[in-house]
Design a protein around this ligand. Structure first.
Ligand code: ZN
Length: 276
């Protein structure tokens, strides 16, 4: 009986990926049957929807002129707090997004920036809508003297995204370094090659690092000290640099685009592409 119900729900969802009623019913059915993996995967649809709804609502307000914005190219800075130099922020971010998009030979994305009350280093890029990147910066992000490097880092995430945290951070740190702007995190640009990694991070097998692929898996679970935290990013940078040296930028873009579609087998996908 439940099998028939589930098949009917599956059929509805296949014919309409946004049949939210059917998705919710299937979620509840899976949960009732104790199939939490299936329930969680349906729950993710609603999670993503929450983010997308916020992005759509702000973009529509921007379009109707209801939210104060500073625009530099298609970069929208929304509701900036007084302490933030929005002109400098918009200009730096615009340069970064144009330069990075040119580097991977893809069109630059419309980018909008908003602000949160979290700590100065907590800056997040989300890709909730196709062609649009949303960068959420701390209200205090400019208290850090290397804030242009933070913008290059976030612009890198906005430009290309594998969904594999280790690769994504490697690419972002590589872009920071390539921009030539002064960086303090993970280390100064001139120390990227020589920094000695924390022993625990250096010894960690690559598949374990690559397994950190979802938005809910954070390196905070792996790093227990500032040294380890920086070491993960430096190791990610060195790994990215090695892949780039082997495949060139075109090959790297292929890897990232394949991974963003095939998350279930990260190491297999990487191996297949690197050996090809
Ligand atoms: Zn990052």
């Amino acid at each position: 009986m439940t099998g028939t119900v589930r098949k009917a729900l599956d059929a509805r969802i296949i014919s309409d990926h946004y049949d939210l009623g059917a998705i919710l019913e299937r979620l509840l059915l899976s949960a009732a049957l104790g199939d939490f993996t299936a329930a969680k995967s349906d729950a993710k649809v609603f999670e993503r929807l929450g983010f997308a709804a916020r992005a759509l609502s702000i973009l529509s307000k921007v379009a109707h002129g209801e939210v104060p914005v500073v625009v530099a190219g298609p970069v929208y800075v929304v509701d900036a707090p007084g302490a933030v130099d929005t002109e400098a922020l918009g200009a730096t971010l615009n340069d970064a997004r144009i330069e990075l998009a040119r580097m991977i030979n893809r069109p630059p994305k419309v980018t909008w920036v908003d602000f949160h009350d979290g700590p100065a280093y907590a800056n997040i890029t989300r890709l909730e809508l196709p062609g649009v990147a949303r960068i959420s910066l701390s209200r205090q992000f400019q208290v850090q003297s290397d804030w242009p490097a933070i913008l290059w880092h976030e612009a890198a995430h906005a430009t290309m995204f594998a969904g594999v945290r280790f690769l994504d951070e490697g690419w972002a740190v590589w872009c920071q370094a390539k921009s030539g702007v002064k960086s303090e995190f993970p280390v100064r640009n001139t120390d990227l090659e020589t920094y000695s990694l924390a022993a625990q991070i250096e010894a960690m097998p690559l598949p374990r690092l690559l397994a950190y692929s979802g938005p809910d898996l954070i390196f905070g679970d792996l790093a227990t000290s500032d040294h380890e935290w920086r070491s993960i990013y430096v190791r990610a940078y060195r790994f990215f640099r090695a892949i780039h040296a082997k495949l060139g930028m075109g090959g790297v873009v292929t890897v990232f685009e394949a991974l963003s579609k095939e998350r279930q087998d990260i190491t297999g996908t990487l191996r297949r592409i690197c050996n090809a």
